[in-house]
Design a protein around this ligand. Structure first.
Ligand code: SF4
Length: 470
C-alpha cells in the first residue's frame, strides 16, 4: 500500500560504512535503497579521521545531495539517515544525523525508532542544566553520552544506552570510531555486512545488494559494535532476552527484497497470503493486490486458492510528492491520483482485493469504490495481517486508537463502511506462523502490539497520546 495515503508511515532508515574511500557515495546509494523508510529528510556525516563533516536537508535523497556536496564529504567512514518525522517535529534541526561539537571532539548520531522514556529523560536533563536544541529523542542520547564524559567514550555510550527504553537502532560516530547498537529487544532491523575490507551497516539488507556488500549477520538485541581502523569488537550493554522484531516490518515496511533475521520479506508475505486464503476462502474470479506492498501476499493468496492473480490495480509512478496532502479530503483525492483500477481485468468479475493492512479505512473504501466503478461485480477484501487496534510507541506513526478503524468497529461494521462484499483479516497466529514457520514460531515471537495490545516494553504515560490516557 502507499504510505502517504494510508496513514501508516515508516519510521526511518540508517546506513553506515567504515573503511572505504568513497564512503559518502556508498552511503548515498545505501540511503537511496532505504528511501521507502523515510522521505522527509536525509543526512550524511563523514569522518576523515580528523573531523566530522555534515550535509543534510529536507526531501528525497536526490533532492538533498548534489554531486559537489558528496565530493566535499570526503572521508573513509560515513553514517546516514533517511527520515520520516516520528518524535519531534519536521524542522531542519531534527533532520539526522545530529552533529555535536565539543572541545573533546565531535559526535554524530543517527537513530531509527522511538524512545518510550524520552520525555522523562528530557525533564531530568533539563533539571540538571542541559539545554536541548532539538525536539527529537536522539538528542537526549547525545546529552546522556556527554554527561558521562568522565568515562571512556565506549562506557559512556553503554551507560547512556542502559538508561533509554523503547525501540532503537543507533549509529554513533566520532572522528575515529563508529558505534552500532540495537535495543535489548531488537525491535528495529539492523544488519552488518562487508564490502571487501570495509564494514557496512544497514536497516535493511536491500541496501547491501545495491552497494555490492555481502550480508554477515544481524546486530543482536542489546549488542554494541565498535568499529575502527583497528577492527571490529562486539560488546553487550544488556543481558540477552528474546528478540521481538516489529512484525509490521514483514507485513508492510521493509522492501520485499530485504531479509529480516534471515527471512526474506517477499517469501514471508507470500506465506501470509497463503494462510489468509486458508483462513478466509471465497469463491471469486480474480485475485489482485494493492501495489506495492500487497502484491506478494496477493500472489500467495492466488497460489493457495487456485484463483488467478491479475493486475487489477495499477500504481501511477509519476505522481510527485506535491500531492501528498495531510487533510482527509486531499488524502482521498491522493488515492485517485496514485492508483487506477484496470477495467479490462475487473469488469463483470468477482474480485479478491488483497491489502497488507487497514489503518483508518478511508483508503480501502476508495479502492473498493474504484474497483466497483470499473465494473467489478463483487469486491472481497482480504487483509494479510490482523486488525490494527492499538497505537505503536516504537517509531511507527499509527496516531491514536481513535483514528484506527479496527479499534472502534467490528469486522462487520468495517465491511459495511468500506463497501466490501466481504472482509476478513489474517489471524495473529496465522501471521506468526507465516513469519516464523512451524517449530520456529514456538521459540520466536515478534512484536505484535498494534494487533494484540501486548507491548514488549513498559509504556510511560507521557509517551501516550492524550486520547489513550483519557
Ligand atoms: S506495535 Fe506494531 S508497528 Fe509498532 S513495533 Fe510493534 S508490531 Fe511494529
Amino acid at each position: 500500500m502507499l504510505a502517504e495515503i494510508k496513514g501508516l508511515n515508516e519510521e526511518c532508515g540508517i546506513f553506515g560504512v567504515w573503511g572505504h574511500q568513497d564512503s559518502a557515495q556508498l552511503t548515498y546509494y545505501g540511503l537511496h535503497a532505504l528511501q521507502h523508510r523515510g522521505q522527509e529528510g536525509a543526512g550524511i556525516v563523514t569522518t576523515d579521521g580528523e573531523q566530522l563533516k555534515l550535509a543534510k536537508g529536507h526531501g528525497l535523497i536526490n533532492e538533498v545531495f548534489s554531486e559537489n556536496q558528496l565530493e566535499d564529504l570526503s572521508g573513509h567512514a560515513s553514517i546516514g539517515h533517511v527520515r520520516y518525522a516520528t518524535a519531534g517535529d519536521g524542522g531542519y534541526e531534527n533532520i539526522q544525523p545530529l552533529h555535536f561539537r565539543s572541545q573533546t571532539g565531535g559526535l554524530a548520531l543517527a537513530h531509527n525508532g522511538n524512545l518510550v522514556n524520552a520525555q522523562a529523560l528530557k525533564n531530568q536533563l533539563e533539571a540538571q542544566g542541559s539545554i536541548l536544541q532539538t525536539t527529537s529523542d536522539t538528542e537526549v542520547v547525545a546529552h546522556l553520552i556527554k554527561r558521562a564524559r568522565h568515562l571512556p567514550l565506549e562506557q559512556a555510550i553503554m551507560e547512556a544506552l542502559s538508561m533509554i527504553k523503547g525501540a532503537y537502532a543507533f549509529l554513533v560516530m566520532t572522528e575515529d570510531r563508529m558505534f552500532v547498537a540495537n535495543d535489548p529487544r531488537g525491535l528495529r532491523p539492523l544488519s552488518l555486512g562487508h564490502l571487501g575490507e570495509s564494514w557496512v551497516v544497514s536497516s535493511e539488507t536491500c541496501a547491501f545488494d545495491v552497494v555490492g556488500a555481502e550480508y554477515d549477520r544481524e546486530i543482536d538485541p542489546g549488542e554494541l559494535l565498535i568499529i575502527s581502523d583497528e577492527g571490529i569488537e562486539s560488546k553487550r550493554f544488556s543481558a540477552p532476552i528474546q528478540r521481538t522484531l516489529c512484525s509490521m516490518e514483514y507485513v508492510y515496511f521493509s522492501r520485499p527484497d530485504s531479509n529480516l533475521d534471515g527471512k526474506n520479506v517477499h517469501a514471508s508475505r507470500k506465506r501470509m497470503g497463503k494462510s489468509l486464503a486458508e483462513e478466509a476462502p471465497i469463491d471469486a474470479d480474480v485475485v489482485t493486490g494493492v501495489p506495492d506492498s500487497s502484491i506478494s501476499a496477493a500472489i500467495g493468496y492466488a497460489e493457495a486458492s487456485g484463483i488467478p492473480y491479475e493486475l487489477g490495480l495499477i500504481k501511477n509512478r509519476y505522481v510527485g510528492r506535491t500531492f501528498i496532502q495531510p487533510s482527509q479530503e486531499l488524502r482521498e483525492q491522493g488515492v485517485k491520483m496514485k492508483l487506477s483500477a484496470v477495467r479490462g481485468i475487473v469488469e463483470g468479475k468477482k474480485v479478491v482485493m488483497v491489502d497488507d493492512s487497514i489503518v483508518r479505512g478511508t483508503t480501502s473504501r476508495r479502492i473498493v469504490k474504484m474497483l466497483k466503478e470499473a465494473g467489478a461485480k463483487e469486491v472481497h477484501v482480504r487483509i494479510a495481517s490482523p486488525p490494527i487496534k492499538n497505537p505503536c510507541y516504537y517509531g511507527i506513526d499509527t496516531s491514536n486508537s481513535g483514528e484506527l478503524i479496527a479499534a472502534n468497529n467490528s469486522v462487520e461494521e468495517m465491511e459495511e463502511q468500506i463497501g466490501a462484499d466481504s472482509l476478513a483479516f489474517l489471524s495473529v497466529q496465522g501471521l506468526n506462523n507465516s513469519i516464523y514457520q512451524g517449530e520456529e514460531s514456538l521459540k520466536h515471537g515478534g512484536c505484535m502490539a498494534c494487533f494484540t495490545g501486548n507491548y514488549p516494553t513498559e509504556i510511560y504515560p507521557n509517551t501516550m497520546h492524550p486520547y489513550e490516557k483519557a
